[in-house]
Design a protein around this ligand. Structure first.
Ligand code: SAM
Length: 343
């Protein structure tokens, strides 16, 4: 390429001397091969500025966040420290419940206002309460009636006011209940999620956000001794935590993935919280194993966020100190899986 004609069009360096950062960006975007004279890049940049080319504001196809909020949420480390909310005392009987605030953050990323979230492993309602905080509709399935009772009581006794879950008695005044109190009206149905999901129409759900059991052997001699919490499982054989072993658990997750894929709208997300395990002397990367199983069903594994809930961090336990490395697993994985657009 000859430099002479470009020099004739843009003879003065001062005209474009302040465009250096822009020219570099444009040069990269236009994939100029190495060796194209700098003046050519500057000429293009000046034309862009003079003709007033502005990038079109991009439509947000997934959520209601700004670009900056979206970017913030893509960090693979997710540290939270929420104070116990008003429903905590009731929910903590469960042992593996999630803070509604963290679920609300996930739901705000993967849905828009008014869309519908499904949680097939609803427990005492962390996801459903999070959906209420975020202004989304939600539906939950839970196999253990004890947990559905706890959630139903929360529904009767609490509401969302000013972005917080508050006890109804505390917000009533002499003039009666506050008009801006939003009821917790997401239903939670008792039953096996595999059966209940089969009753939902194809492509009817905007997002699935759930926290399934983390494999099997959640009892006092296994899971409790190894990781951060003990979940109070039912004895129902259909409960995923009662799978015979790890391969059987992954098989169930595969079946769940097939139903999830069917009921999700194309291009939308299945987000699962899954903790890793340490069993029989070895680390079990359960999160990645579950994600890989779901890839087999057709989901894209888009990534994960490593969630560290500082609020429930217990002191580190001295496993095999001075003998061999055993991790204190203080994180949970938030797995992000997407049903592809055109399938
Ligand atoms: C980790 S807990 C979810 C806790 C929930 N995120 C919360 O905040 O309360 C997993 C739940 O899945 C439920 N579960 C296990 N197998 C199930 C099945 N087949 N159908 C429906 N629920 C099931 C368990 O009873 C348990 O409450």
């Amino acid at each position: 390429m000859s430099r002479a004609p470009l020099r004739r069009v843009f003879p003065k360096n001062e005209e474009y001397s302040n465009l250096a950062p822009l020219t570099e960006k444009i040069a990269v975007a236009a994939k100029f091969p190495k060796g194209v004279p700098c003046v050519a890049k500057r000429a293009l940049a000046l034309r862009v500025v003079q003709e007033g080319h502005q990038p079109e504001p991009r439509e947000n196809r997934l959520n209601d966040l700004s670009g900056a909020e979206w970017l913030f949420w893509t960090s693979t480390i997710f540290e939270t420290f929420y104070p116990a909310d008003a429903t905590h005392k009731l929910r903590k009987q469960h042992g593996a419940m999630k803070p509604p605030e963290v679920m609300a953050e996930i739901i705000r990323f993967f849905t828009k206002q008014g869309e519908e979230v499904l949680d097939p492993f609803a427990g005492v309602g962390g996801t459903l309460l999070g959906a209420a905080l975020a202004g989304r509709r939600a539906l939950g399935f839970e196999i253990n009636p004890q947990w559905v009772d706890v959630y139903n009581r929360i529904q009767r006794e609490f509401a969302v006011v000013d972005g917080r879950i508050v006890r109804l008695g505390e917000i009533a005044s002499d003039e009666g209940p506050r008009k801006d109190a939003a009821p917790l009206n997401a239903p939670m149905l008792v039953g096996d999620c595999m059966h209940l999901m089969a009753t939902l129409p194809d492509q009817s759900v905007d997002a699935i956000v759930a926290d399934p059991p983390y494999g099997c052997n959640h009892g006092a001699t296994g899971f409790k001794n190894e990781t951060n919490f003990a979940m109070n499982s039912s004895t129902d054989p259909r409960d995923f935590s009662n799978a015979a072993d790890l391969p059987a658990f992954l098989e169930r997750m595969e079946s769940l993935g097939c139903q999830a894929w069917r009921v999700l709208k194309p291009g939308r997300y299945l987000v699962l919280m899954v903790g890793d395990r340490y069993m029989r002397g070895e680390f079990v990367p359960l999160g990645v194993m579950v994600a890989d199983t779901l890839r087999g069903v057709g989901f894209q594994f888009k990534g994960l966020r490593i969630w560290w809930n500082k609020a429930t961090q217990r002191p580190l336990r001295p496993y095999a100190v001075k003998t061999c490395f055993v991790p204190n697993i203080v994180h949970q994985n938030i797995l992000v899986l997407r049903r592809p657009d055109s399938t």
